[in-house]
Design a protein around this ligand. Sequence first.
Ligand code: ASP
Ligand code: MG
Length: 421
Amino acid sequence: MALIVQKFGGSSVADAASITRVAERIAETHRAGNEVVVVVSAMGDTTDELLDLAQAVSENPSGRELDMLLTSGERISMALLAMAIRNLGVEARSYTGSQAGMVTDEKHGSARIVEVSPNRVRAALDAGAVAIVAGFQGFNRGTGDITTLGRGGSDTTAVALAAALGADVCEIYTDVDGIFTADPRVVPSARKIDRVTSEEMLELAAAGAKVLYIRAVEYARRHGVTIHVRSSFSRNEGTLVVNPKEGETVEEPIITGIAADLSEDKITVVGVPDVPGTAARLFTIVANAGANIDMIVQNTSTSDTGVADISFTLPTSQAKSVLDALEARRADIGFESVQYDDQIGKIALVGAGMRTNTGVSAKFFTALSDAGINIEMISTSEIRISVVTRADIVNEAVRVIHHAFDLDGESEAVVYGGTGR
Ligand code: ASP
Ligand code: MG
C-alpha cells in the first residue's frame, strides 16, 4: 500500500465528463489498496474567466477580494469531484485549503506556504476515504484571510501535501504525457523525457517550461518529494522528477530539453556613468520596485565616453513600475535615457551533462546563425545557455535548436487537451 497524492489540472477537470473520467481513475487507485489524496485546480479556464470578471468591475481589485473570488474556482471542482467519486461507491471528502491546514504568509496573490497541518486529510485517509483538497489556496493565521499561492499554485499545494503526509509519490496529471524535450505544441517531434533531476527541472521551469511550476519544483527539491508528471488522458508512464542523493551518480544526458518564454520584456538604461557603484544603485532601484530580473548585460564603455549601457529582462507585468522608478532617479544616477522593448523572447537549452561536455555553446550558436537568427543577449549557468531574440522568431529558434541537438523522438507527441491559455 502506498500513499499517493494526485493533482489534476484545469484541463483534466474541464467539464462533467472529464470529472467523471478523473473520478474513475482515482477510485481505481483507491481500490488497488492505496491511500489517495487528490488536489484539484479550477475547471478549465475558470481562473482566467474570474480574473476577466474582476477586471470588468474594477481596474485595480483588492488582493483580498481577488483571492476570495479566485479560490471559488477550486471549490467548485473539489466538490464535484468528491460527488463523482462517491457516485462510484468510494467514500470521498473535499476540503478547502484552510480546512486542509495550508497555512501561508499574508501576501495576497502570491502567498508562500509557511506550515502544512493536514490533520483532517490524515483523518479522512484513516477512515478509508479519498481526501480531495482545493489547490492554490491557503489562509493566513494573523489576518484570518484566505490567500492564493500564485498562478499554477495547485502544483505547489500537491507537493506540499505530499511532503507533509510523507507520500510515496506526487503525481501531477496534465494534458500531455510528461515533460518533453520542447513544448510539443511548438515542436511536434519533441520526445518525452523518462527521468529528469529536480535541478534540471528547475532550470527548465525558470526558463519558461509551463508543465510544472517553479515553486512546486523548489519545494519538492527541498523536501525530497518525487514528482511523477503524467497524462490524465492516457495510461502511459510519464516523467519522474527525482532528487538524487549526495554522491549518488545518475547518468546524465548532455541535453535535457529546451524551454522558451515570451512573458518577459527588456529594459536598457543608456549612458550609465562607468564608475564603481552605479550598477548597485540601479539594481537597488529595480529591486525596490519589486521586480524579479533575469538576464543582465552591460556593454563595455569606450574610454572616451566613460558611459555604458545596461540591459536586463523582467516579467512584462513588472515593467511599468520599474520604468517609472528609473525615470524618477535619472538625474540623480546620471544616465541618459531608458529604452523599453516588449518584443523579446527567451530560449534556454538545459542539460546537466553540459558541465562536462565541450562544444555545446558552439553548436547552439551555429544552429541559430545558420537559421539567420540574431542573438541579442546571452546568459549561462553551469547547466543552461539562454539567449534573447525577437519574439516572433522564438518558436522557429526552438525548432532549429531541437533539431541541431538531435532531440527528436520517434513519433509525434500527443497533446490531449487544454486551450494553452
Ligand atoms: N486555478 C489556478 C490557476 O489557474 C491554480 C492552478 O491551476 O494551479 O492558476
Ligand atoms: Mg489553471
